[in-house]
Design a protein around this ligand. Sequence first.
Ligand code: NAD
Length: 504
Amino acid sequence: MSGQLPVQKRIVLVVGAGIMGTGIAQVAAQTGHSVWLFDTREGAAQGALEKLRNSLASLVTKGKMTDLDAQALLANIVPVARLQDAASSSLVIEAIVEQAQAKRALWQQLEDIVGADCVFASNTSSISITAMAQGLRHPERLVGMHFFNPVPLMKLVEVVSGLHTAPHIAADIFTLAQTWGKVAVHARSTPGFIVNRIARPYYAETLALLQEQCTSPVVVDACLKAIGFRMGPCELMDLIGHDTNFAVTESVYQANFFDKRYMPSLLQRELVDGGLLGRKSGRGIYDYAGSAIKPQLVATPNANFPVAKGVQLHGSDPRIDAWASRLTTAGISFIHQRNSDWIGLSTPTLQLRQTDGRTASSLGANVAVFDMAFTTEGSHALAWAPSARASSACAAEAQAWLSALAYQPQQVADQCALIVARTVAMLINEAADAVQQGVCTVEGANQAMKLGVNYPAGPFDWLAAWSAQGVIQVLEALDAQYRGERYRVSPWLRQQAYAAMDEV
Ligand code: NAD
């Protein structure tokens, strides 16, 4: 098998000289492989090489690469006019148009050209590797090798095995990706693989919140950026393009036999139908016209602590410990009820509770809920909501406490689990289902989300900072509100909750 060849000796044929194919050719050539580049569009491979020459020249100018290395890299890539010219390839990586029929036809054509030991790797983002291999004489040699854009910068490669894929082929491509400086994770060929599956709720929950008019895009973005996301979901969807984002959601939804969990959003459909695709069309959720004013978060100066007697802190939680220090510094006396069954602060006229999924209105009259934060730091946007029965004095007191505790409180509609808790619970749940179904491991999911889409933490890192029971409570509250399949709890998560129970 080609797997036995020393890595650099392998000749790599990259088919498709678009944005991904060019990046893949670059990283392969950088590692020392001889690379052939083929594209059916006349002049495309030559053009890609020219573009690469220019971008490497600019790296050389900036001192990020030596001229010698750039020349060596370029010398390793040779455009070919016909697939037959690359018959001695030991690995073919396909990055052509995302159409199952075109990809299958390419592999069938290649089977008559290259040797029986040549490995076939597809960079597809959504097509089943099992289905793609069907009809090949050697279906066991086909594996998914899913890079992320831009290929030279993004560390992740999902190595996707279909039912036919030979384990040694997947293992070989896994090792090869590592030698290319990537972090490889194994995935089973299921809709969306790892990243495009687990990421769905980041967009879906936001679109649901906006559709229900719970809050504004700028508040959702600020609250999720507060837990470390580089871009809020609205900014990110505008950047990806709603057409692309909608198409991925729709394909995952269809591929899952219309499971409501993945149902696309009417709101996004309307954006797509109206040509409001995001940055590339000048308007999406936000307006990018030259004259448009980007909406800003309403920032309030941090208030003084309300003058209050009978203050109690509730729950054994790092965030509440941080609050305790702040109250102590401010000279406010309080009792800390560590064994309380909720997290937050109370006064004789207010219960200010971290969301457990339930609405403030369902918890009482003098209640306000605030969002999860996964940090003990203040001074960031934090969603909160008062009970529908709270007096205006009670709501004002809640706002004042959050502000005095150094947050930028953002009042949103009183709906289950607010913004961060709802989104993160759903990301964890999706990742849990992926693990339950053998799509990836816990570590694979964490790495994939951090390296494939720059998440600030992996879904199971958040779970470790929360608890399976806490996530389940949030999902059950959402399920009780919405009824349907969307918020059903992953069996894997339930097992974790049982495992964490004290022995009786
Ligand atoms: P692209 O449109 O930039 O490039 C595709 C290239 O393939 C074009 O140059 C086209 O002429 C060529 N082509 C089409 N059919 C061909 C054929 N039968 N034989 C040879 N060449 C052919 O597309 P892209 O963004 O580079 O995506 C390529 C693949 O990578 C797709 O499967 C896509 O889903 C996947 N992918 C894309 C991204 C991304 O962010 N763009 C990320 C991960 C994976």
